[in-house]
Design a protein around this ligand. Sequence first.
Ligand code: PMV
Length: 312
Amino acid sequence: MTTHTIRHGQACGKIILIGEHAVVYGAPAIAIPFQSVGATVHVRPSDDQSRLHCDFYTGSITDMPETLLGLKVAIEETLASLNQSDACLTLTIDSTIPIERGMGSSASIAIAMIRALYTYYQQELPQETLLALVNASEKVVHGNPSGIDAAIIATEHALVFQKAQPSQSLTVSLDAYLIVADSGITGRTKEAVTTVKAFQEEHPVQHAELLSQLETLVLSVQQELQDGDSTIVGQAFTHAHTCLQELGVSHPTIDMLVQTAIDHSALGAKLTGGGLGGCMIALAHDSQTAQTIANALLQNGAKQTFIQSLKK
Ligand code: PMV
């Protein structure tokens, strides 16, 4: 390798279709890779010390702020795994993934970073090593992550994910369109996970009942996503949203956007990811309705919308 080498690593975003929060308690959840957004990390040699350039910080790796501790862990543990802890590198992050909106930005940036560093040192990156490194970083970011973000983004496959179980790859082939809208409000995954834990302690029976409903909905969506009935999937989305509302992790703006989508003929809608802000998703039968829903969401304050066909 020459000292002028520049290498990069990339990763996509992710959308949880159904099962967020319940997945923390061992229930299955379904998520898909989301290629409309992504992160790229460029690595090049630096003369004196290792530096990071990104939208939210420019400076030495050593002085990275506490808020970027998860990323710092990803960088340091990856370099250690490569026996390059003393490396002097300039790391530049370009990301189109809105931060803390439930699109997997922390896992995606960590994965792009790990891939970029392994590529730079021309080392093979086994999937288990990638997952171990990103999960170590995600633990710092989220406290007690289920691992769903890391699994989806690392494999770039739709998965039925269940903690401590091998993930099942899922072929999504539904005659429907997914609309994703960013509320513009920062989601707070760690706080949301704590909220659900507190709900469990205060209302154990209701918590178990809601988790059981979410699990049933996930299994129904899993079945229908493979050439099934988009109406059932839509209804499951809306039902899951009411469960998440009861668990205390929605937000008035997300509720308003969910209602807006339904008022504009969505088959169903829900929050996605940790909640307390972040993004919502809606399902539409055809592309014209999807566009109408996206326009209505933008008119009602959504900052950005994306439309993705769920056909294979
Ligand atoms: O907010 P996100 O995209 O990181 O999703 C969090 C999903 C949860 O189920 C709420 C937490 C987890 O670790 O699975």
